[in-house]
Ligand binder design. Sequence first.
Ligand code: F6P
Length: 342
Amino acid sequence: MKIGILTSGGDCPGLNAVIRGIVLKGTTTYELEFVGIRDGWRGVVDGDFFPLTRHEVKGLSKVGGTILGTSRTNPYEGPRGGAESIAKTLAEHNIDGIIAIGGEGTLAAADRLANDGINVLGVPKTIDNDLRATDYSFGFDTAVNIATDAMDRLRTTGESHQRCMVAEVMGRHVGWIALHAGMAAGAHVICIPEVPMSIDEVCALVTSAHDRGRAPLVVVSEGFTLTGMEEAYSDKGLDAFNRPRLGGISEIIAPEIERRTGIETRSTVLGHIQRGGSPSGFDRVLATRLGLNAADAIVDQAWGQMVSMRGTDIVRVPFAEALVELNTVPLARYEEASALFG
Ligand code: F6P
């Protein structure tokens, strides 16, 4: 069997480790043949493939980014898009199936293609940890480690100047990175999309930490909503994908904290640093295991499903199960952490 592998959507530490796991097990245990698909669904639509052997994946588990390239192309768009045209392109190259490594958007496209008769298997990917049907996704642990390290550094400079430090982390829809990194770094305020707060509530926590002689450390997810100040968001500007641009919320919250509390405040947007570089040991192992199990799933022709982590096991779940709703932070998890704020 000849299988194409693609990575799609935002990149994520661990993508290369998945690719290596698939190719090593697929070629040595099962004698499968692989091609790399360049730049996500764009490469499927355009028939942009190249041979992928053991040689190409050598030493890849520690390498950040993706050797395949990625894009946010929708496989149903454009003159060569759509299931019928894709089936033709795959047949022309004797490709029997696709492994799509990606997040919500990628898996939604994979689900639709699978329903339209294309052989697709999925591997979930997101640093935001916002996918259901997998307990953790690779990339998340690395992002949390990077954000924790950054906040430890912000803390020492904040303490030297007795300043309030605001760290904006990724998390467009969910607050997992903020929750975990905030707990790990001992933040005094954690602001996540699932728990909207008013500026008064944020300032009360900042003042209380300051009154205890601390340099207040605030972590805020990019998708956090400051209630009562929604009008300020209209000036934030949208990015090319119609999303509030990175840095928007910290531009609002930091000056407002300073103005209301009188505490000098600085903000830092961690941005894409959270997605770059080498994966953590945990993410290398998780990504490699997903790759190894994806090779098994190909042999079993488990099309329309994705491999995912349940507890400490790797299992298979239908795409649809992962797409029902986002994996948001449960209120109980937030309340547990909030006991540390006061
Ligand atoms: O991968 C998801 C994510 O990390 C979001 O938290 C963030 O909003 C987005 O990617 C940024 O994506 P881009 O690279 O397209 O700016």
